[in-house]
Design a protein around this ligand. Structure first.
Ligand code: EPZ
Length: 417
């Protein structure tokens, strides 16, 4: 078990380089087995979710090498094997092996996936889609067995633009016979990254970035390369940090178009922000205006930046509203923020935030990845020392967070307890 100790109230200055996107990397890694050859994935973030997926690849007899942030996966000699609870529970994205193995092997045995406790997280749309492609699904106590003689392309209508279901169904359908059309598909930038990778290995997928994705299969695949796109959520978290306590803090290696929902809100609040081609420079701004935030699917305000943003709302002059629409349980960080001095009232999936409030260091608990990141931001502006426990949640998704923050002047350390 690790804890994070933060001495707050220091101005942050310098440059934070953003790594590859977690939510892209965690799908690209399982997708690599669809090449049936050697894949090189560049700019892979150094996070514990990456390590969990590598362990699953090794279980499946893939050759894996990691040098710095370049991951090479050779799945030529893949041997299918049940993915047990110990591995599948380590992260949500273990479920991308459902689509990838069903596509390649027509058989998958996997325990239910893990992930953050931010809601009930059903996977009914994934399973319905696999069935529509011709798979049969047995559900045992904690385990799914998916099998098919062959998969046949079909029309799939998603009732919600689910990121995970869109990606999983694309993975399963590249080896399906005929045309699969996914209607009401998610449009996140990460999905374009996955489709580019699959097309690089020989797949025939059209419509990336739109809500209608057409996959024509089966295609013959070969070795391929891809670079993980920059992590817009990591970037968004540090941009918010810049608005809280930055002194010309530069957030570099980003795609500003992917962050427009956030930067538009920051401008509306009156934040001191300068947007360049691949970086944003941001400083602490006094007298920030209160605003209303409602999380939505892409290109709306990302649910994954809502919790970090709630910390900035505690520093606005007046009453702000933070409304979550994707996950039922995105307010796990609020009791900790209130313990530190924030005035936040939660009502179901919404929170009313009164500001500005002075925050004071306390011992708090990271209940989930983004809620944990919110506590890091709060600790960095608080008077005194903040101790965050259960930081494993944070390390799942923010690469080298302590080093990146220390390099710009933060007083933060990780301690084994
Ligand atoms: C991805 O989760 C991300 N995770 C999440 O990021 C992110 O919050 C989410 O997309 C939305 O942007 C990964 O990419 C690994 P969804 P995912 O399927 O794919 C409901 C983070 O902090 N739903 O788009 O699991 C679901 O309950 C993580 O980095 C069903 O009802 O999200 C939710 O209300 C947390 N049935 C909504 O759809 C299904 O079969 C959106 O879920 C699938 C989803």
């Amino acid at each position: 078990m690790k804890q994070m100790i933060i001495e707050g109230n220091h101005k942050l200055k310098g440059t934070i380089e953003i790594g590859g996107a977690k939510n892209s990397a965690v799908a690209l890694i399982p997708a690599a087995i669809l090449a049936k050859g050697k894949c090189i994935i560049k700019n892979v973030p150094n996070i514990s979710d990456r390590d969990a997926l590598i362990d699953i690849l090794k279980l499946l007899n893939c050759d894996v090498t990691l040098e710095s942030n370049i991951l090479t996966i050779d799945s030529t000699n893949l041997k299918n094997a049940p993915i047990g609870a110990e591995l599948s529970n380590r992260l949500r994205a273990s479920y991308y092996f459902m689509g990838a193995l069903l596509g390649r092997e027509k058989y998958v045995e996997i325990n239910i996936p893990g992930g953050c406790n931010i809601g009930s997280r059903p996977i009914d749309m994934h399973l319905e889609g696999f069935k529509a492609l011709g798979a049969t699904i047995e559900t045992h106590k904690d385990k799914y067995i998916l099998k098919a003689d062959k998969l046949i392309g079909t029309d799939i209508f998603l009732r919600f633009q689910s990121v995970g279901a869109t990606i999983n169904l694309i993975l399963a359908s590249v080896y399906a016979e005929g045309t699969t059309i996914i209607h009401n598909a998610a449009c996140e930038a990460e999905i374009i990254n996955i489709i580019d990778f699959l097309n690089n290995m020989g797949a025939n997928i059209k419509g990336a970035g739109s809500s209608t994705i057409t996959i024509t299969g089966p295609t013959k695949h070969h070795d391929a390369e891809i670079t993980v796109l920059p992590d817009r959520i990591e970037a968004g978290t540090y941009i918010i940090l810049g608005a809280l306590c930055g002194d010309n803090l530069c957030i570099k290696n980003i795609i500003p178009a992917h962050l427009e929902a956030l930067t538009t809100k920051l401008k509306e609040m009156g934040a001191n922000i300068k947007i360049n081609n691949d970086s944003i420079i941001i400083s602490e701004t006094k007298d920030l205006k209160p605003i209303n935030i409602k999380t939505l699917v892409y290109p709306g305000f990302p649910t994954d930046i809502g919790q970090p943003m709630s910390v900035l709302l505690t520093q606005c002059h007046g009453t702000s509203l933070f409304e979550e629409t994707i996950w039922e349980n995105r307010m796990g960080h609020v009791p900790s923020l209130n313990k530190m001095g924030a005035k936040i009232k939660v009502n179901g999936m919404s929170a009313i935030i009164e500001g500005p409030t002075k925050l004071t260091g306390k011992e708090v608990i990271a209940t989930d990845l983004r809620g944990g990141a919110a506590l890091v931001l709060a600790g960095l502006i608080a008077e005194g020392t903040t101790i965050i426990t259960d930081v494993e949640h944070i390390l799942r998704g923010y690469e080298n967070i302590v080093t990146k923050l220390t390099n710009v002047g933060a007083k933060i350390e990780l301690k084994e307890i």
